[in-house]
Design a protein around this ligand. Structure first.
Ligand SMILES: Nc1ncnc2c1ncn2[C@@H]1O[C@H](COP(=O)(O)OP(=O)(O)OP(=O)(O)O)[C@@H](O)[C@H]1O
Length: 608
């Protein structure tokens, strides 16, 4: 019989693993039951039995308490902590400086928002709750042990020390491996994101297999770390089970061979050994899990503490800018402290409502000027004044909300034509259709018709109407945007590049800012549509309305503007009216006009 008991204790510990807890409960109750059912009167009437039963009731009550703590305090605290972490991360990422966004790969940021937040949301709260519950169980079982026999506690302490030592050894290796595992996940995200973005190019060059191999390589590197982590886990689990089994076996041996031990104490000691072992094993494993998953918290906090753009400053007057006068004084700007400046003492002034064209060779600093205007690049020295107000002294939000830009790469969001044109729902349908007509995404005839009707046309995708090619004529675009509810997919991918630019232009027309920057905003549309749009820009942002800063690769776009800024190596090589610049012998602008291939047209525009 004693041999059977020892054997069973060993079997339960070594081979049942995670179900050991359930088994141990079963064990202790069946032991008690066996004792209760013993025909020996001395055991049935044993006073001690009542004491042990009382202890089990106390453990059950504690179990209810730790259940409550686990679900109502620990988990809800974890949810609150996760929400705070998420808010902190999103706040930082949205205000991260340009340089940080340039240098940190998107995959790393995605990893924080996906895998790390999965650990924080789903694992840590659960692990803490489980750890607390098992810790309380350990305490309860130990208290029960003290009440029964000090000898049992001696063994319990030995077991605790051995398990702690094992857990610490495990953590020393697993901690680093977990870091490696988290780091190895980011390249998988990066590779996936960039492959998706370049899918058409990859297929065009018939290189899908190469990219699949690269992807497998990155997945393998991640899997290596993940596999090693699980080996660590098994290492700990096996050793804990062996130690537990030894502890149970020794206890069972004591029960059999110690003279004068009562049946109730024997039953208690055995069930105690099993339950204590399970509790301590799970408590330590959960603690280890918490520590490893805290790695995700550490990574999120790291990105929440990045140096963000300076948001402070004075409030800009409510109506600012009223005139739209732009002055740039000796502006020096660089992309990073360690990089050379890309604007080197740039100076020019755009008077109120003037149209200024910006030209120059690739890399001359045209786009950098627009970034400096919006303070994506902070000035190293020099100032930008708008209506006499130094833009570096006002709140970033005030500055960026009062100016408008149409960048080289138009930005559209998944939604509808309406949500892209008017994200804050501030304008009527009539105004939005007018804007679409002005950029020739719908024809004037469509606009008139739509203005008269209720505009409840069924949403139609440009692809469904066969107009997914760039806007060319009024007629060919007439159906694409006739419903403001028409769907725009993520990044405007169901539109052509030219249509995306035009939609951005329509968005700017609706907002009617006092200063507007167009960075090669119509570079992807054909000549005919470009000419129509230029007409619209002149009509919409003409005299007494808006100061326009237009970066253009086609000289015809800006040839009749009020001022031309010719940039070279980050400074103003020439600045003046097109006529004045044409009179400079050997001047850069004059050279550009003469070598453009449309000299006659341009001269006609300039000297008209
Ligand atoms: N994100 C960046 N990080 C570091 N340097 C940059 C970055 N973007 C541009 N530069 C550098 O700044 C300089 C000016 O670039 P910018 O894009 O302003 O030129 P550009 O005149 O607009 O050219 P393009 O007509 O080709 O758009 C270039 O030398 C370029 O290498």
């Amino acid at each position: 019989m004693s041999g059977l008991m020892i054997g069973r204790a060993w079997w339960v510990n070594v081979w049942t693993g995670s179900t050991a807890e359930t088994k141990s409960h079963h064990e202790q109750y069946s032991t008690l039951l066996q004792h209760t059912m013993q025909p020996t009167a001395s055991i049935r009437q044993d006073d001690e039995l009542a004491k042990y039963l009382g202890i089990y009731v106390a453990i059950s009550v504690l179990s209810c308490i730790h259940g409550t703590i686990r679900y109502y305090f620990v988990l809800s605290a974890a949810v609150r902590a996760s929400r705070n972490l998420f808010n902190g991360l999103i706040y930082s990422i949205l205000r991260a400086p340009l340089r940080w966004l340039d240098t940190v790969p998107l995959g790393r940021i995605l990893n924080r928002f996906t895998a790390d937040f999965h650990s924080i949301d789903s694992r840590i709260g659960y692990d803490i709750g489980f750890f607390v519950s098992k810790l309380l169980e350990v305490v309860a079982v130990m208290v029960a042990g003290v009440l029964v026999n000090w000898l049992v506690i001696l063994f319990a302490l030995i077991l605790l020390v051995v398990c702690l030592k094992l857990a610490l050894s495990y953590l020393a290796g697993a901690r680093q491996t977990k870091r490696l595992e988290s780091t190895a996940k980011s390249p998988v995200f990066e590779q996936f994101g960039s492959s998706l973005a370049g899918l058409i190019t990859i297929r065009a060059f018939s290189k899908p297999d190469t990219y699949i191999d690269i992807m497998y390589g990155k997945i393998n590197r991640h899997a290596q770390a993940w596999w090693t982590l699980w080996l660590f886990n098994r290492w700990l689990a096996f050793r804990m089970s062996v130690v537990g089994a030894i502890f149970s076996t020794v206890t069972a041996g004591l029960v059999v061979y110690v003279p004068n031990i009562t049946a109730s104490l024997a039953g208690f000691a055995l069930s105690f050994a099993l339950q204590y072992n399970t509790a301590i094993t799970f408590a330590l494993r959960q603690y280890a899990n918490i520590e490893l998953n805290m790695n995700a918290t550490e990574r999120v906090i790291e990105y929440s503490n990045i140096e963000i753009e300076n948001q402070g400053g004075a409030d800009a007057p409510a109506a600012w800018p009223t005139e739209g006068r732009l002055e740039v004084h000796d502006l020096v700007v660089g992309y990073a402290p360690e990089l050379p400046p890309v604007l080197n003492g740039l100076s020019f002034t755009a008077e109120s409502n003037q149209r200024v064209g910006v030209v120059g060779r690739t890399g001359a600093g045209k786009s950098s000027l627009t970034l400096a205007l919006f303070r994506f690049l902070e000035a190293r020295s020099g100032q930008i004044f708008i209506d006499g107000l130094d833009v570096s002294k006002i709140k970033l939000h005030d500055l960026r909300s009062r100016l408008a830009i149409i960048p080289q790469d138009p930005v559209l969001f998944s939604g509808t034509v309406r949500s892209n044109l008017d994200p804050f729902d501030e304008y009527s349908d009539t105004e939005l259709y007018d804007a679409l007509a002005r950029v020739h995404l719908i024809s004037e005839a469509d606009d008139d018709e739509l203005t008269l009707t209720s505009r409840t046309a069924t949403p139609r995708l440009p692809s469904e109407t066969g107009t997914s090619t760039p806007a060319t004529t009024k007629k060919s675009n007439s159906n694409a945007f006739t419903s403001l509810s028409a769907t725009i997919s993520e990044g405007g991918l169901n539109l052509s590049q030219g249509q995306r630019q035009l939609l951005c232009l329509a968005r700017a027309i609706v907002a009617r800012p006092k200063i507007m920057v167009l960075d090669e905003a119509t570079s992807a549309v054909d000549m005919e549509t470009d000419a129509l749009i230029q007409q619209s820009i002149r009509a919409e942002f003409g005299r007494n309305a808006t100061t326009l800063l237009v970066i253009a690769h086609r000289l015809s776009t800006i040839a009749d503007f009020d001022r031309i800024l010719v940039m070279d190596a980050g400074h103003a090589a020439e600045f003046g009216s097109p006529r004045e610049l044409m009179e400079i012998e050997g001047g850069v602008f004059k050279n550009l006009v003469e070598n453009s291939g449309e000299k006659d047209v341009l001269e006609k525009m300039i000297f008209a």
